[in-house]
Design a protein around this ligand. Structure first.
Ligand code: PMP
Length: 361
């Protein structure tokens, strides 16, 4: 084991599951609200659940390894070619496929200093070097990121909106960055929260023009399927072909494929989630600010709040059955990230936060 060579690799530690928290604090699991992982508080769409149930009937068969139906549904919705799409076991897997295809020791990956943590984990896993660029006003500084590119850079990650800060970059600046990158660098645009934007950026023209842009999306957020693990990548067919070579033959299970295909077509559900998210964001920002916590609403399905001591706040809330995400691991010890919940969850969060503020204030 000592020779495994992965001892330096950090362990990814997502928050504790509801059942664990319930047991630890002697709480009823049904009374716990998890607002820590930017999941959809409205659950999966009923259509996706029905499709998943149907798919279980043929669970003895291997899934379609090339995800034909799902790719075709995405291609139609997004107006792109099926050969420009790859489906993954969550977009996390797609990020890993990028590592398999492009990263080796000695190469570099440019990312924001407070960006989605998996970029750094995957970069290190393949022995490459993460180059972290300071953010400006909680957003990606695309000019500084461009300036950090060297001969050794292969990937440049921009999450827009970014997790954990919620700030998005404009379409114009993303296009400018894409067009300015040298041939040997791929702009990996992580659009996990793009469906929450009024208008998601459209980089299809840049994809058509060459291989330098790769966009990723997920079914874990607005589509409410985080537990089923489905995400996808969109890019030039030549790039997609490379990623197809490094994935497992049956990387996305049949239930997930069926649910995702139906979720994509349930526009009414998506619209409802988007509009509830907008009002929930306004409610949380106003409520947290009124308590005295400066709060950034962002453009995703979570808010970023400066509560003084994020870890203490997280613990105080957890004891009361509310799970949020402290941001000390991102070097933001004063902050917590709070997923926008249902109206009832948001109001409860504010009640508890008020009580905690009075006790500590
Ligand atoms: N990118 C970003 C920016 C995210 O916030 C997340 C999930 N938290 C992911 C990717 C991974 O999503 P998935 O569930 O599809 O692996």
């Amino acid at each position: 084991l000592a020779n495994a060579g992965v001892h330096e690799q950090p362990v990814y530690e997502p928050g504790k599951p509801i059942e664990y928290v319930a047991q630890e604090y002697g709480l009823d699991p049904t009374q716990i609200a998890k607002l820590a992982s930017n999941e959809n508080p409205f659950g999966p769409s009923p259509k996706a659940m029905a499709a998943a149930q149907m798919a279980l009937k043929t669970a003895h068969l291997y899934p379609d390894g090339s995800c034909c139906q799902l790719r075709s549904a995405i291609a139609e919705l997004r107006g792109v070619g099926e050969d420009a799409l790859i489906i993954g076991n969550g977009s996390n897997e797609i990020i890993e496929l990028l590592g398999h295809a492009f990263l080796r020791p000695g190469l570099e990956v440019v990312m924001g200093a407070q960006a989605f943590i998996v970029y750094k984990l995957i970069t290190k896993l393949f022995g490459a070097t993460p180059v972290e660029v300071p953010m400006v006003d909680f957003g990606h500084d695309l000019k500084a990121m461009r300036a950090a590119v060297t001969e050794r850079t292969r990937l440049l990650f921009v999450a827009s909106p970014n997790n954990p800060t919620g700030v998005a970059n404009s379409e114009a600046e993303l296009i400018e960055l894409a067009e300015s990158l040298p041939e040997h660098v791929i702009l990996c645009l992580d659009e996990a929260y793009a469906e929450y934007l009024e208008q998601a950026p459209d980089l299809r023209a840049q994809v058509h023009a060459g291989c330098k842009v790769f966009c990723m999306r997920t079914f874990s957020k607005i589509y409410g399927l985080g537990g089923l693990r489905v995400g996808y990548g969109y890019g030039a067919p030549e790039l997609i072909q490379l990623l197809q070579r490094v994935r497992q033959p049956f990387n996305v299970n049949a239930v997930a494929q069926a649910a995702a295909t139906s979720a994509l077509k349930d526009d009414a559900f998506v619209q409802m989630c988007r509009s509830e998210n907008e009002s929930g964001r306004a409610c949380l920002v106003a409520g947290l600010e009124a308590i005295g916590y400066p709060t950034l609403g962002g453009q995703a399905n979570f808010v970023l709040s400066n509560v003084g001591d994020g870890t203490a706040f997280f613990q105080a809330l957890q004891q009361r059955g509310l799970i949020v995400r402290p941001l000390a691991p991102y070097g933001m010890a004063a902050y917590v990230r709070i997923t926008i919940g249902t109206e009832a969850e948001n109001l409860r969060l504010l009640d508890v936060a008020r009580e905690v503020a009075q006790n500590t204030g």
